[in-house]
Write a protein that binds this ligand. Sequence first.
Ligand SMILES: [Zn+2]
Length: 451
Amino acid sequence: MPDSGAGVRLVLRSTRVITPEGTRAASVVVADGRIASVGAHDAELPGGARLVDVGDDVVLPGLVDTHVHVNDPGRTEWEGFFTATRAAAAGGVTTLLDMPLNSLPPTTTVGGLRAKQDVARGKAHVDTGFWGGAVPGNVPDLQPLHEAGVFGFKCFLSPSGVEEFPELDPARLAAAMAEIARLDGLLIVHAEDPAHLGTAPQRDGRAYAGFLASRPRAAENEAIARLVALARELDARVHVLHLSSSDALPLIAKARGEGVRLSVETCPHFLTLTAEEVPDGATEFKCCPPIRERANQDALWQGLAEGVIDCVVSDHSPCTPDLKDGDFGTAWGGISSLQLGLPAVWTEARRRGHTLEDVVRWMSAGPARLAGLGGRKGAIAPGHDADFAVLDPDAAFTVDPARLQHRNPVTAYAGRTLHGVVRATWLRGEQIADHGRPLQQTGQLIERPSA
Ligand SMILES: [Zn+2]
């Protein structure tokens, strides 16, 4: 058959393609890196098209991970664009957004953004965008950053862990939120209240219980209550990062019901790991806010089921192994799961009776919408980028750190048996990973779509 000439064509065929309307047998036709159509499974091939038939493996839209700390430039011994994005590709993630801190410089000025874009260019296996940061004194930088294409602005209400990215006190939070609302931007917040953290017992050492007591639920609950009040007053769009305390769910649901423009994410570790099982000295489980008790985890799943929680993203925040020193007081806080988020969440989701469609809603469509990329990412639908993860949902594997692609393969999931093997990952119609092996760096640096 002659080439039809309408762009390079690929047809991806499976008995199980997850579309916004549900799962069905289909042939997905790709032209010029985008999905041209989602047709019948046995549809005739367009002329010149290459057929990739994945049989009964599930084709889902590539995951969108809006919470990744790449730390590049400046702390590249912790992570970097090449290694973080290859881990993403291996794990079925096709778009990631980089957090503004832990790199040097942080993304709190346009110069800081350009420095990141310069080091990321040519190294990205997946599409990569950037959050800006709101820190004391940089309100004048927010509009230029917004115009330069950051997806929104992150701030802390309590110390961030790095001195070059200080938290906002209440007056500065209000000033930053007002400016971001004026820009019709998005403020994303690490919500732990410093007063509650300050009065909690500070216990260092190898016991997890001491660390957990030092980051109480009340710190999150109080910070979120303050955010809700301010978002309501300023009619601002606010997103709560890495929700751990399920106690805050009723407050969040009520505020949303009343029209406050609030969204919420949680993370794979809060949904799959529990405080009860963290061994002494196992600081690969340390993150802030912390992994909490099993009953709390049940309530977070309920929040997902009820749609109070919008998305599940990794908060991939690695460091060098020496900084996970076995003392919960001094160890770096962060869990690295860019490559494992999909199987980790799917393993627990299926046990609780959820479907892969649910997982796609939480890990692909939801984060795409949060980032304003809903018209382009997060769905297998005509006009969207041809980004796919091909998953065998029933195959199981045991997590071997040596097979992880991020720079320092420390992981809280080591030795766990997970369900869901990512067979292949495709970005804009090109295969970027094959059975966990990254193939090529065809990721683009992306900007917030203008309204
Ligand atoms: Zn984070």
